[in-house]
Design a protein around this ligand. Structure first.
Ligand code: URA
Length: 263
């Protein structure tokens, strides 16, 4: 249930003050009964609202999962490069959605994988708040090979919280504990199948789960252990896994149930 003034304001009927006036000056019927109070509660899944004889078609929240393609920007505006929003069909480019549809976090230009779009600001806040502690899992292909001993060392350093150096205008910081594992060939092949990366090039691959999302974090973590990320793909957000049928640049609509699997 939501207040009518909030809902109508989200639908583009103006400010809450405008909605108050609208209720005074127009015939607004809730399930056939005229209402005047801006605090009236509405259940958009059940109630019918009519303004001057026209039924209001309320938008429910939208959730999309994209397999981000490399060389796209995680932003809705960029003069130079293609953005991930450019890849969406016109259905998602209405004036209403242009204002409301946004990304839950970002991926670097050269990173592929799971990107979530939504109109649900509350969900976004819960997912990206520094307190959220939600794990994001990345598949990483590294430039240099790690020995077994080095792998164990990296596991321990990441688990303890590794210090990463400054980058561009960002200061260095100590990462929260992170888990790293070393996927076998079968797992690597399956993750690289719908990606731009050829798994036969892999020297060392890692699966890294972090609960933060600082600037270039994964790249900086591997730099701190004297390696370099060659290819990066996000494969999981909380418990929500990237649909491995999605090719780079493709997306699908998620149900509320699917989105709830994140937590
Ligand atoms: N860490 C990075 O370094 N880049 C990303 O795109 C995401 C996490």
């Amino acid at each position: 249930m939501e207040r009518i003034d909030k809902l109508l304001s989200h639908e583009g009927y103006g400010s809450r003050k405008d909605i108050k006036k609208l209720l005074r000056n127009y015939e607004v019927l809730l399930n056939g009964k005229q209402i005047f109070d801006p605090a009236t509660q509405i259940d958009i899944s059940k109630d019918t609202l009519c303004i001057d004889g026209e039924i209001v078609d309320f938008h429910t929240e939208i959730y999309l999962m994209m397999n981000k393609i490399q060389h796209t920007i995680s932003s809705n505006k960029d003069g130079e490069h293609q953005t991930v929003f450019d890849l969406l069909s016109d259905d998602f480019k209405t004036p209403y959605l242009q204002d409301k549809l946004h990304l839950v976090g970002r991926l670097d230009m050269d990173t592929e994988g799971l990107l979530i779009f939504t109109t649900d600001g509350e969900l976004t806040h819960k997912l990206i708040s520094p307190k959220s502690n939600i794990g994001k899992t990345y598949f990483v292909s590294l430039e240099k090979e790690f020995s077994e001993e080095e792998k164990q060392n990296v596991e321990q350093l990441f688990q303890e919280g590794i210090a990463v150096g400054p980058e561009d205008n960002e200061q260095g910081f100590i990462c929260k504990p992170a888990q790293v594992s070393w996927p076998n060939k079968e797992v690597c092949d399956s993750i690289c199948k719908n990606s731009s990366y050829d798994s036969s090039k892999i020297k060392t691959a890692a699966l890294l789960t972090i609960t933060e999302g600082k600037y270039h974090q994964v790249k900086r973590m591997f730099k701190a252990v004297n390696n370099k990320v060659e290819f990066l793909k996000r494969i999981k957000f909380g418990k929500l896994e990237l649909d491995n049928l999605l090719k780079p640049g493709e997306y699908k609509i998620l149900t509320n149930e699917e989105i709830n699997t994140i937590f």
